[in-house]
Design a protein around this ligand. Structure first.
Ligand SMILES: C[S@@+](CC[C@H](N)C(=O)[O-])C[C@H]1O[C@@H](n2cnc3c(N)ncnc32)[C@H](O)[C@@H]1O
Length: 365
């Protein structure tokens, strides 16, 4: 069975690459896989990267534009849908037109796709902080709106380093399967623990980065930054006590722990991010320098052949906001196994959600 997939907020294609890599063969020899059908994002360079890598033969299937302006009903039909919706502030939903307003919260455009196209399954992705936004009301509202479209939901906080990603990255992923199908998705059991986490050194060195790999430009640092990094041991940051006085940052207030933080070679990396100024570019464990975009892409599990298009900062942003393709592949393969009737090891989801009871969201972990 081939699932034709649509995606909103597609970014550079981390989730789509994971879906493209997923493939299951049922005991009677049937192939279960996902095929890109259409995608949308308003970031022109992310769209170029997506077209270049995911659908070079069908560039028009990537619609560049604001999701609030696209005609969702006229998009081609799909069997699967994914959307890593931006987490904006939902606090004033009541004052606006709510979920039907043109400028409603962006997740509502995912709800519109579900209502219009009724795919068999979907994946929604967001940051872990979604759980506590607006005292938890936002998360329940989103789950409730998604469930009302006719899907059984499995919301879970995935810790990607527990699935072989060389990075401590946590994301809420909601898998929805259409209720009438009578199938139950289970969260795939972690494959890695402290004894076999993939480390940043393994990610960057086990297979050396080819000299001609794309996105491998180095950052030019000021001499003072290089001197400071030289004094910061692996795993420490700019607030390291042993830093000589003249190299200390003169910062009052909150001291963000990722500032000039060097990776620890024997641990998964900390979370790759896509924005932020000096000091937030993720720093190498051996060399006193920021990682290159290709190294950040490795930490995010993109293959070296995945070429990001756009300027250096635009590429950093694309890489930082992507879902690690390996993590997406594992989740999509679990969905494919659910459809193929193939058992797999699973764990309890982080939450259960049942909108028909008084307190619909139950935290299990
Ligand atoms: C977290 S990223 C998605 C990353 C993607 N899931 C991946 O794995 O590569 C969110 C994306 O939403 C896009 N976006 C934000 N607001 C948008 C809007 N109003 N219309 C279309 N795209 C939007 C951003 O440009 C960004 O690429």
């Amino acid at each position: 069975m081939i699932f034709n997939k649509g995606e909103l907020f597609c970014g550079p294609g981390g989730l789509s690459l994971g879906a493209k890599m997923a493939e299951i063969i049922s005991p009677d020899g049937e192939i279960f896989k996902v095929q890109h059908r259409w995608a949308n994002d308003y970031d022109s360079e992310a769209c170029r990267t997506f077209r270049h890598n995911i659908c070079p033969d069908d560039p028009d299937s990537v619609i560049e534009g604001d999701v609030r302006e696209i005609d969702i009903d006229s998009l081609p039909s799909i069997d699967a849908f994914s959307f890593g919706f931006p987490c904006n502030d939902y606090s004033n939903v009541g004052e606006k037109k709510g979920i039907n307003g043109d400028f409603g919260p962006l997740y509502t455009y995912g709800v519109k796709v579900l209502n219009a196209h009724k795919p068999l399954w979907f994946i929604a992705e967001n940051v872990g902080g979604l759980e506590s936004a607006n005292e938890g009301e936002t998360f329940i509202k989103i789950l409730s709106d998604l469930e009302k479209t006719g899907y059984n939901l499995t919301p879970h906080l995935y810790k990607f380093h527990e699935y072989g990603v060389p990075q401590a990255r946590q994301r809420i992923i909601i898998v929805g399967i259409r209720k009438d199908l009578g199938l139950e998705y289970k969260v795939p059991a972690p494959t890695h623990g402290p004894e076999n986490y993939v480390t940043s050194r393994q990610a960057l060195e086990d297979v050396p980065i080819p000299l001609d790999a794309p996105n491998q430009e180095y950052t030019k640092h000021q001499a003072k930054v290089i001197e400071m990094l030289t004094h910061i041991p692996p795993g420490e940051n700019a607030w390291y006590q042993g830093l000589p006085e003249h190299l200390r940052l003169n910062v009052k207030g909150t001291k963000i722990s990722q500032i000039y933080k060097r990776l620890h070679p024997d641990r998964p990396a900390y979370t790759v991010t896509g924005s932020g100024g000096g000091g937030t570019h993720m720093y190498h464990y051996d060399s006193p320098r920021a990682l290159t975009n290709r190294e950040r892409a490795r930490i995010q599990t993109f293959p070296d052949t995945y070429e990001f298009l756009g300027g250096k900062e635009a590429v950093r942003k694309q890489i930082g906001m992507a879902v690690p393709p390996l993590g997406a592949k594992i989740i999509v393969e679990a969905i494919l196994k659910t459809f193929a009737g193939i058992p797999y090891n699973f764990v309890d989801a982080h939450w259960t959600f049942d909108d028909s009871i008084a307190n619909p969201l139950l935290k299990l972990k």
